[in-house]
Design a protein around this ligand. Structure first.
Ligand SMILES: C[S@@+](CC[C@H](N)C(=O)[O-])C[C@H]1O[C@@H](n2cnc3c(N)ncnc32)[C@H](O)[C@@H]1O
Length: 188
């Protein structure tokens, strides 16, 4: 069922031009989750739940971990919730609505995995908002680093302080265009 819902949501995103990771980047994200075996993942930028479903599929297989996902658009968050319910994984997700940088300040639990895919100039404010809750170590994954200007402060910080690697992806729909995901291991 979960696999089928992921396919359906991917199709909806393509038809309605809702931004989503797509299967290549989602495979990297899933492998990072599998490796980290996190207890609590925070995702910034839920959209309609595509990347969340990929994360939740790994958590379900691992038999551990929860996801807090934050979205600013109420309609998107409602659709994502419906997808999580249909896929039978809603019990693993806490879906919150609001500006991620503000919502993250309210999280009081240890966070061992942060996935940034919200407004690009919000990456560093989100990191700063959650840093006091990050475990040592914690995994940080950031999308769309091929267009680095709005997130320059975030990239400068992770690349100069932590073990950090850019993973590049060729666009399937626009050959010749590429984008990256930054995977960093946060340590105090
Ligand atoms: C690229 S999409 C996320 C795609 C999603 N992670 C996926 O792969 O299925 C970015 C999302 O971030 C949301 N967003 C934009 N600014 C935000 C903010 N300040 N706080 C939280 N979410 C925000 C947008 O409404 C949009 O749904």
């Amino acid at each position: 069922m979960l696999n089928q819902i992921i396919k359906e949501v991917e199709e909806q995103c393509r038809e309605e031009r809702v931004p989503m990771l797509g299967p290549d980047k989602a495979t990297l994200l899933a492998s990072c989750v599998e490796k980290a075996k996190p207890s609590l993942i925070v995702e910034c930028g839920t959209a309609i739940g595509y990347s969340g479903l990929w994360i939740l599929r790994v958590l379900k297989t691992l038999g551990m971990g929860r996801l807090i996902t934050v979205e600013i658009e109420d309609a998107n968050a409602q659709r994502a919730r419906a997808h999580f319910e249909k896929a039978g994984v809603a019990h693993l997700v806490d879906s919150r609505i609001g500006d991620a940088a503000e919502v993250l300040k309210t999280i009081q639990e240890p966070v061992d995995f942060l996935f940034l895919d919200n407004n690009k100039d919000g990456y560093y404010p989100c990191f700063q908002a959650i840093e006091s809750q990050l475990t040592n170590p914690a995994t940080l994954v950031a999308d769309n680093v091929g267009r680095p200007e709005p997130m320059a402060a975030y990239l400068e910080h992770v690349r100069s302080h932590y073990d950090s690697k850019t993973h590049w992806f060729e666009s399937r729909r626009r050959p010749g265009r590429r984008d990256g995901m930054e995977v960093s291991i946060y340590r105090r």
